[in-house]
Design a protein around this ligand. Structure first.
Ligand SMILES: Cc1cc2nc3c(=O)[nH]c(=O)nc-3n(C[C@H](O)[C@H](O)[C@H](O)COP(=O)(O)OP(=O)(O)OC[C@H]3O[C@@H](n4cnc5c(N)ncnc54)[C@H](O)[C@@H]3O)c2cc1C
Length: 401
């Protein structure tokens, strides 16, 4: 019997952004989880009218190019004057500052929030209190749901909209909208890559069993145990306890940082280059200790790249509330590989999801995700920060000579 559904054959061709599903005029496309737990489109042949809109809209086949690019991008190190804003955010908290500005202008903001099962979803925020929900990096795929269609409605009503997301989501949104709206602002977050919600779900269950209590919140980038730039540490709240886990010794976090459990398309991303897709690009200003130590801040320093005229307008509006310094492209990209390059697909990625459903997560983590070189990481974790900085500088100098 002939198959009723058409599926994506090559996994690297789809980012799971949902633009095709949202654009389809006859609702022939549904998004379902593939065997690894990544959302992928499935086209119902009985409904499909072969209009080709899905392919035309795909940001992985052909990416969108911004029309109001600045002649030269501006590279900023930036942190808020109000310390608490950076403290509660991942980097310097600039995403929060810009989001707050948009809400104050009676606009709406789209960002990633955990749902009741701690799975990240893009949600629409209309008030300042709810901005807390979209604060903080979730190192997992965030489902865009129907936010592209919702955003279009808001834009056509004349509302100001700010969409924050990883670059492929911003690319998908722009392809879906087909034109530049004056009232749309976008922030693309520098992205290493995203694991599936399925693996994160299994990991959370495993942690809950280990701890013996349900997890109620998960912060990937706590600053309560280690300062910004001094190693990644998660802060997990259960019903009665607070637990900190250093990334190097946590199987999920370690695998994320090693880049071995990403969506296939992440290794072939069309957006990890200097033609940035958002009006502003935000990330961590890694390496600041080495090229401008005085600007380092234990609460976090953001890297902001102003890409477009609209991006510049946003920056002008928050300028009074931040401290900033202008750097060169070379300075900011030297320590942030994920800005410019795709990570090479590691051979460890082959079949890494195959046994996820077959063996316990405990066994799975030991077999596939664990840090096999713990000694090096123990050393890294006990080494005083000034020695670490000296050592890094020394190594860099060695490389450049
Ligand atoms: C998967 C992922 C990988 C990253 N990799 C890098 C990297 O390699 N180098 C680097 O410099 N920075 C990276 N970042 C960005 C960094 O972690 C911070 O998110 C960024 O610097 C903004 O910090 P902030 O303090 O301004 O804002 P925060 O208050 O921390 O806000 C984070 C913003 O990101 C959005 N967001 C959070 N999680 C997701 C998600 N899963 N999908 C879509 N949007 C999300 C939120 O909606 C919010 O607007 C990554 C972020 C993510 C989500």
């Amino acid at each position: 019997m002939e198959e009723k559904f058409i599926k994506i054959l090559n996994k690297k061709d789809c980012t799971g952004c949902r633009a095709c599903e949202q654009i389809c005029p006859v609702s022939a496309i549904t998004m379902t989880e593939d065997d690894e737990g990544f959302l992928t489109p499935k086209i119902n042949k009985d409904k499909c009218i072969n209009c080709g809109l899905c392919k035309k809209t795909c940001g992985q086949i052909q990416r969108y190019s911004n029309t109001d690019k600045l002649k030269e991008q501006v590279f900023l190190g930036i942190k808020p004057k109000e310390i608490d804003i950076a403290k509660k955010s991942t980097s310097g908290g600039i995403a929060y500052l810009i989001s707050k500005l948009i809400i104050e202008q009676n606009g709406v903001v789209v960002g990633s929030a955990y749902d009741e099962n701690l799975m990240p979803k893009q949600i629409i925020v209309t008030n300042i209190e709810d901005l807390q929900k979209i604060r903080g990096s979730k190192y997992v795929t965030s489902d865009t749901n129907n936010t592209f269609s919702e955003v279009k409605k808001y834009l056509e009503e004349g509302k100001i909209v700010l969409y924050t997301g990883v670059p492929c989501q911003i690319g998908g949104l722009k392809k879906f909208l087909k034109k530049d709206y004056e009232n749309l602002y976008t922030i693309d977050i520098i992205c290493h890559g995203v694991p599936s919600q399925k693996i994160f779900k299994k990991y959370l269950k495993y942690l809950e069993n280990k701890i013996g209590e349900p997890i109620v919140s998960y912060n990937f980038r706590s600053k309560n145990k280690s300062n910004w730039g001094r190693g990644y540490c998660s802060e997990i709240h259960t019903t009665n306890r607070v637990i900190f886990r250093k990334a190097d010794f946590d199987p999920y976090y370690f695998a994320f940082l090693q880049g071995i459990i990403f969506r296939e398309s992440c290794y072939y991303c069309k957006y990890k280059n200097m033609e940035r897709i958002g009006d502003i690009t935000l990330g961590d200003l890694w390496g600041i200790e080495q090229f401008d130590y005085k600007f380092y801040d234990k609460n976090g320093v953001s890297l902001a790249i102003i890409n477009t005229v609209k991006g510049n307008k946003l920056f002008e509006n928050i300028k009074d509330n931040v401290e900033y310094r202008v750097y060169s492209e070379q300075q900011v990209t030297k320590f942030n590989d994920n800005l410019k390059h795709n990570q090479n697909r590691p051979s460890k990625r082959d079949g890494i999801y195959n046994e996820l459903d077959k063996i316990s997560f405990d066994k799975y983590a030991k077999k596939y995700l664990s840090n096999k070189n713990k000694f090096k990481y123990i050393l890294k974790n006990i080494m005083p920060n000034n020695i670490k900085t000296f050592y890094k500088r020394y190594l860099k100098r060695g490389k450049n000579e």
